[in-house]
Write a protein that binds this ligand. Structure first.
Ligand code: ATR
Length: 281
């Protein structure tokens, strides 16, 4: 079977093997898909070895998405815009260029559609300005919200994220883009329709310190993290009346898009969402 995998550090808890194997069963495509731990300073060596062993493609996760970007000789527009690669596509021919794609943004947007969450014309708060936030800013803008506020613990990183986005070739947007530091929200801030937690705070059992006033009973609070229990961010949002969702659907949808890029077949995500939810309990 064709060889695929996910590379990261740590990698032990990755759900990607389960998801891709489920897609393979569903579509009748024969493949192997492994979780590959790369030492922090050996991303390129580990990828090279995987290719030499006949590997056809890799998903890339924390902390290698930037190194993967630098590794690619060819990039999709969305990978270039994100400045990060989560999907490596290796050509059959060793001489041909390695192609990099980023399916995180489309994963988020498809999960929002799946839950019937509108973005067009809405006020969106994107919390965080690291790799995860960078990957979704472009696709969020393309959905034409009225406003996107990027708030980060270190405010200057949020400013930089917006600046980089605005300077990106061909970016023309009518969306009002603003940046601020988490501890410098205006006192009289209005609530947002959609609040996306793209920080890594949930992984450490913490939540980003945004003021309570950004939530209202019509707010959707979306955490890119997921687990067997709701995250601290989700519980907090719910206590303020908001509806909270975790990032499990985004994970499945980004995997589905990677699967499509590799195999040319778009898998159905419903049953895999259910399977994954089941394994988390
Ligand atoms: P990722 O690829 O998950 O985005 P990253 O690029 O390291 O990882 O970015 C982590 C993000 O989470 C950053 O926006 C970080 O804020 P700073 O830029 O100020 O460091 C944010 N973050 C991490 N822990 C946080 C916490 N406890 N509260 C608020 N923000 C946090």
């Amino acid at each position: 079977p064709k060889k695929y995998g996910v590379i990261g550090n740590p990698i032990g808890h990755s759900k990607s093997p389960l998801i891709h194997q489920a897609f393979a069963r569903q579509t009748g495509i024969e493949l192997s898909y492994a979780a590959i731990l790369a030492p922090l300073d050996e991303f390129v060596a580990t990828v090279t070895q995987f290719r030499q062993e006949g590997g056809r493609g890799l998903n890339v996760t924390v902390p290698f998405k930037h190194e993967a970007y630098a590794y690619c000789a060819e990039l999709s527009d969305r990978a270039r815009q994100a400045g990060a690669v989560n999907t490596l596509i290796f050509p059959d021919n060793d001489e041909a260029p390695v192609r990099g794609d980023n399916t995180d943004g489309v994963g988020l947007m498809r999960d929002l559609s799946y839950h019937d969450i509108p973005v067009k014309g809405r006020r969106v708060l994107l919390i965080g300005a690291g790799g995860a936030a960078r990957g979704v800013l472009g696709p969020l803008c393309a959905a034409e919200p009225a406003e996107i506020r990027v708030a980060n613990r270190r405010g200057e990183t949020a400013v930089q994220l917006i600046r980089d986005y605005a300077e990106h070739e061909q970016v023309q947007t009518s969306v009002m883009l603003r940046a601020c530091a988490l501890d410098q929200f205006p006192e009289d801030e209005l609530s947002f329709d959609l609040i996306i937690n793209a920080t890594s705070a949930s992984l450490g059992g913490q939540r980003p310190a945004v003021p309570d006033t950004v939530f209202s009973p019509h707010t959707i609070a979306y955490d890119m993290a997921y687990g067997s229990e709701p995250t601290v961010f989700m519980t907090w949002a719910e206590s303020l009346g908001a509806r909270a969702l975790d990032g499990l659907g985004m994970l499945v949808e980004q995997a589905a898009e990677s699967f499509y890029q590799w195999h040319g077949v778009q898998p159905k995500t419903d049953e895999v969402r259910a399977l994954l939810r089941h394994t988390l309990v």
